[in-house]
Design a protein around this ligand. Structure first.
Ligand code: SF4
Length: 224
């Protein structure tokens, strides 16, 4: 028998199935979910770091209209990029995004890498963003654990886990275990678990009564 905090095979299957069904019905139609263009996905991920979805929805199309490609962004004056970012805050993200575009275009392929290791070499791209771009743009079956996902996994499978680096590593391992093996389903799973953390299992309140994975959740079962 696996230790109690590791989901069993049947729990994994149920968690996946219920989450995917819920996401199909309740997932929001967000502009970056309608594309697999790696540049557009990358821009959305940079914007979403520390910024509310509603705010990003407002700025995202405007930014892309001004800088529709990696080339356009790389060639722009930094002042113009900063101007387009105004209102989103944390300008370092805009500077990193442009640095990233310039780095890529100075390289051999001039394209956004498909693999997590290649993505992680880029300015401003950490473990989460690399996983998100690999999954959301290239439909690779790779986990991506942001704060919303970490909260869901912690409440569902590891309610006693702390905040140490090895605890974080544990969450990534559980995310990998839960992830479907095919890219399209992994895309939907990653989007779905993020959405669950944003809409149902939020930092402020866990709405267990309306949660699709309550039956598989250590915290939710206790409150049933
Ligand atoms: S059952 Fe409750 S605690 Fe568990 S994932 Fe759902 S909302 Fe979060």
């Amino acid at each position: 028998m696996p230790p109690k905090s590791i989901p069993s095979v049947s729990e994994v299957r149920r968690f996946r199935r219920r989450l995917l069904a819920w996401f199909r019905r309740h997932g929001r139609d967000l502009p970056w979910r309608r594309t697999r263009d790696p540049y557009r996905v990358l821009v959305s991920e940079f914007m979403l770091q520390q910024t509310q979805v509603a705010r990003v929805e407002e700025f995202y199309p405007r930014f892309l209209a001004r800088f529709p490609s990696l080339e356009a962004l790389a060639a722009a004056r930094p002042g113009r990029v900063r101007e387009a970012w105004e209102g989103l805050g944390y300008y370092r993200r805009a500077a990193n995004l442009q640095r990233l575009a310039r780095t890529l275009l100075a390289g051999e392929t001039g394209t956004i890498p498909r693999d997590v290791d290649g993505l992680r070499q880029l300015p401003g791209v950490g473990r989460y963003t690399a996983g998100a771009v690999a999954s959301f743009a290239y439909e690779q079956a790779t986990p991506c654990v942001d704060t919303n996902v970490a909260r869901v996994l912690r409440r569902a499978f590891h309610p006693r886990l702390g905040l140490r680096a090895r605890d974080q590593q544990r969450l990534w391992e559980t995310a990998a275990l839960l992830l479907p093996r095919t890219g399209k389903s992994a895309w939907a799973f990653n989007q779905g678990i993020m959405e669950l953390g944003a809409l149902v299992c939020t930092a402020r309140i866990a709405r267990c009564g309306m949660c699709p994975v309550r039956g598989e959740c250590r915290t939710g079962r206790r409150t049933a």
